[in-house]
Design a protein around this ligand. Structure first.
Ligand code: HEC
Ligand code: HEC
Length: 222
């Protein structure tokens, strides 16, 4: 391991201990304070009509090139992201405006619970050459990042994170490919900075654009 790699390893180790080790305590603060099981998904169905216009009635995007899926995403994660848009911690012209329309925390919990309760997003493997190299990167990381860049450590074997009780790590398996590419590039360039302890920025900065496309091809097919 090179010196640079071992320093990176140490940083990731700190980040992961802080956020994986103390999930319950940390989650309440970082994930905006929504715990699994909170929120009324039935009420959320009606309250999310606006959202469904882009994210789909069942949380599967109506336009894969532009909008992400929310189906089966962890409620705490949806809640945190919308709050981040509201607070300006995450910026997108369209979505920031939409987030501003949700004025009550209870409404946001209900909406998040609704999308979380939908049949979880699932992709179809593309079988492409890129997806194969993306799979290697997903499972083992690359030269620059070492195994610390291996997505599987935080996003789980099938890209479904670490389960409902840990909404720190989002579902990415079966997410729209174009959206995954955009997020990785946004983390890499520093446009998106709302990731706890800069965990995703550290990873994305160690990926080439070609690797980003390859891993997105693989992940969207999970
Ligand atoms: C006009 C289209 C549109 C509407 C309506 C809309 N969104 Fe979005 N949403 C977007 C776009 C575009 C993005 C991706 C932003 C980016 O690239 O960072 C997004 C991203 C998100 C994300 C982040 C997903 C993730 O995996 O991190 C969440 C959560 C979200 N929207 C929830 C909502 C909710 C809740 C509503 C209703 C109050 C809503 N959206 C309404 C367009 C829309
Ligand atoms: C050290 C843990 C860790 C590793 C390793 C990691 N991620 Fe992440 N990732 C996160 C966290 C935490 C978030 C949520 C950031 C937030 O709260 O805004 C995230 C978010 C994402 C998102 C945005 C999801 C969304 O819905 O907006 C994508 C895409 C992503 N990761 C892809 C990857 C890929 C691909 C890899 C491997 C190359 C990877 N991640 C490796 C922790 C990690």
């Amino acid at each position: 391991m090179t010196k640079k790699n071992s320093m990176f390893a140490a940083l990731v180790a700190i980040a992961v201990t802080a956020f994986v080790g103390g999930v319950n305590a940390e989650e309440a603060i970082i994930a905006g304070g929504m715990n699994a099981g909170e929120g009324d998904s039935k009420a959320g169905k009606t309250k999310s009509e606006l959202c469904q216009g882009c994210h789909g009635a069942d949380g599967i995007s109506i336009d894969p090139a532009t909008y992400p899926n929310l189906a089966g995403q962890y409620a705490g994660y949806i809640f945190k992201q919308v709050q981040d848009f509201q607070l300006g911690n995450r910026q997108d012209d369209t979505m920031s405006a939409m987030a501003g329309m949700v004025t009550s925390r209870q409404d946001l919990k209900d909406i998040a619970a609704y999308f979380a309760s939908r049949k979880q997003m699932k992709g179809k493997p593309s079988g492409s050459k890129a997806a194969k190299s993306g799979a290697r990167l997903y499972k083992s990381g690359n030269k620059k990042l070492g195994e610390y860049g291996a997505c599987v450590r935080c996003h789980g074997k099938n890209g479904k994170g670490k389960g409902k009780s840990n909404s720190l790590f989002p579902v990415i398996g079966g997410q729209q490919k174009a959206y995954i590419i955009k997020q990785l590039k946004d983390f890499k360039s520093g446009k998106r900075t709302n990731d706890p302890a800069g965990m995703m920025a550290m990873v994305a900065k160690g990926l080439s654009d070609k690797e980003i496309t390859a891993v997105a091809d693989y992940v969207s097919g999970l």
